[in-house]
Design a protein around this ligand. Sequence first.
Ligand SMILES: NC(=O)C1=CN([C@@H]2O[C@H](COP(=O)(O)OP(=O)(O)OC[C@H]3O[C@@H](n4cnc5c(N)ncnc54)[C@H](O)[C@@H]3O)[C@@H](O)[C@H]2O)[C@H](O)CC1
Ligand SMILES: [K+]
Length: 240
Amino acid sequence: MALKTVSSKLAAQLDKELMGPEIGFTLEQLMELAGLSVAQAVQRQFPLSIYHKNKILVVAGPGNNGGDGLVCARHLALFGYRPVVFYPKRSSRTPFYGQLVNQLKFFKIPVLSTDDDWKQLLHAKDTLCVVDAIFGFSFKPPVREPFGSIISELISVQDQLPIVSVDVPTGWDVDEGPVSTEHIVPSMLVSLTVPKPCSAKLDKDKTDHFVGGRFIPPDFAVKYGFEPFPYPSTDQILKL
Ligand SMILES: NC(=O)C1=CN([C@@H]2O[C@H](COP(=O)(O)OP(=O)(O)OC[C@H]3O[C@@H](n4cnc5c(N)ncnc54)[C@H](O)[C@@H]3O)[C@@H](O)[C@H]2O)[C@H](O)CC1
Ligand SMILES: [K+]
């Protein structure tokens, strides 16, 4: 069966409508559910009972994809993991990002900046996986620094250290897929609300694909041209 996807343009429009005057979700609400679903997907893929490592590096970007990562880190801590957040370019778009960082401090989750040695966490011996919450559906290539170097570091370790990408594998064109030969190959992608077209370029042998962000009624999905996803029970994620 063909994968149901929605273009970057339509995904942005869908988001706008959800947070528009008629429906009235707030960004904070959707981000909380998005971050929770990514944490649940990580727990499903890397259960502590099997993997005897609990350190997770969360790399958070400057926009809402990064915000999802900050929320995800907090839920990972609640699930018994030991997240460390690398947040190189902190957003001042709204005070909410500062509040999310304060919540991380409340949970004693380290938040590193470019002055800190974040690369020491890129060792599979100690770290379970890396959550890639750098860019989502608003990324436009080519990538600007410092993110180009950060992505290169992640690519250099991805054969040993699994990458969990949030919504879109960072650096990929949202509609077209990878734009250079060297690119992030996540071991897991958690698409939010609905997969973006680039996910059709995933190699199924290398990447497990989940959908998360369970926050729309069935008729709204149909309006945007995709079938609602049959999430089981109370799960926030569905493996595709
Ligand atoms: N309904 C949902 O599914 C929800 C999804 N959420 C998440 O939000 C992102 C989209 O967030 P947005 O803020 O629009 O964009 P990004 O985070 O992808 O990136 C914007 C950020 O990145 C900078 N940027 C863009 N291109 C480049 C570049 N080439 N080099 C460097 N920097 C770049 C730009 O300046 C911005 O600062 C979606 O994917 C989901 O993850 C929400 O949480 C809510 C619900
Ligand atoms: K991402």
